[in-house]
Design a protein around this ligand. Structure first.
Ligand code: F6R
Length: 242
């Protein structure tokens, strides 16, 4: 695992954008895995800026998002479809048919998971962006999720619903279920870029980078077995690392 230490959120976002762009430039048809949440917003802002400055084009890129809530339509401001459109896709030259986000409104959710996973298997992700959950979740793979999991439906942890309630009117509005890429699906990405910022992530980061066991009780620990993971973390997040 390569660790890039940066000063703050801005520097993390800028570094991440540069890595994504460099990687994209080395590929004819890059396949990028995106995450949502607070962490990658700065990265998306940088990508938009660099697209506007003609440093990068997404015309030949294909994207897969990690996850989506079950039961929120695309137009709902808290859906990850809406988030991606607002923060990135509407500002760049991505072809809409190359954008993939799980459909949390599908009538047959099991089928949706299988179809989504198969599509990823056919279009291996070249670079996957990840954020880190307070409990070590990656995607919406909560503690206890099998390392062998493929794209599946999850019941969200109360702690995750609480953490995400800041985007909703109240915690009762936070969906109880989501579709997420599985851990094995994520691990098949050729390269992984994990972004970690802020002191509230310092315990989780210390656990990830420390010598604790690789355990399904702390999903992100599996990343230590991947051969190409870069962690970009800021000073606050690194606070508990000696
Ligand atoms: C988002 C996702 C989640 C977040 C994680 C951190 O698509 O899959 O695993 O990356 O919950 O969220 P933030 O960045 O809001 O702290």
């Amino acid at each position: 695992m390569e660790i890039i230490k940066v000063k703050d959120y801005e520097e993390m976002s800028e570094k991440a954008a540069n890595i994504v762009i460099e990687h994209m430039k080395s590929l004819k048809r890059p396949v990028i895995g995106f995450a949502t949440g607070s962490t990658p917003i700065g990265l998306y802002n940088c990508l938009v800026k660099k697209y506007q400055q003609k440093e990068v084009s997404f015309k030949h890129a294909t994207t897969f998002n990690l996850d989506e809530y079950v039961g929120l339509p695309k137009e709902n401001k808290n859906s990850y479809h809406y988030y991606m459109h607002e923060n990135l896709f509407q500002h760049i030259d991505i072809q809409p048919e190359n954008v993939h986000i799980p459909n949390g409104m599908a009538e047959d959710l099991e089928q949706e998971c299988m179809t989504y996973d198969r599509l990823i298997s056919k279009n291996k992700i070249d670079i996957q962006i990840l954020g880190l959950g307070l409990n070590g979740h990656i995607g919406f793979n909560e503690p206890g999720t099998s390392f062998k999991s493929r794209t599946h439906i999850v019941k969200l942890d109360q702690s995750t619903r609480k953490a995400n309630a800041r985007f909703f009117q109240s915690i009762d509005e936070v969906p109880t279920k989501a579709i997420t890429m599985g851990i094995e699906t994520i691990m098949e990405s050729k390269k992984i870029l994990l972004l970690v910022s802020g002191k509230e992530k310092s315990d989780a980061l210390a656990r990830l980078l420390g010598n604790s066991d690789i355990s399904e009780e702390f999903p992100a620990s599996i990343l230590r077995q991947h051969n190409d993971v870069t962690v970009i973390a800021d000073e606050e997040a690194l606070k508990k690392i000696n």
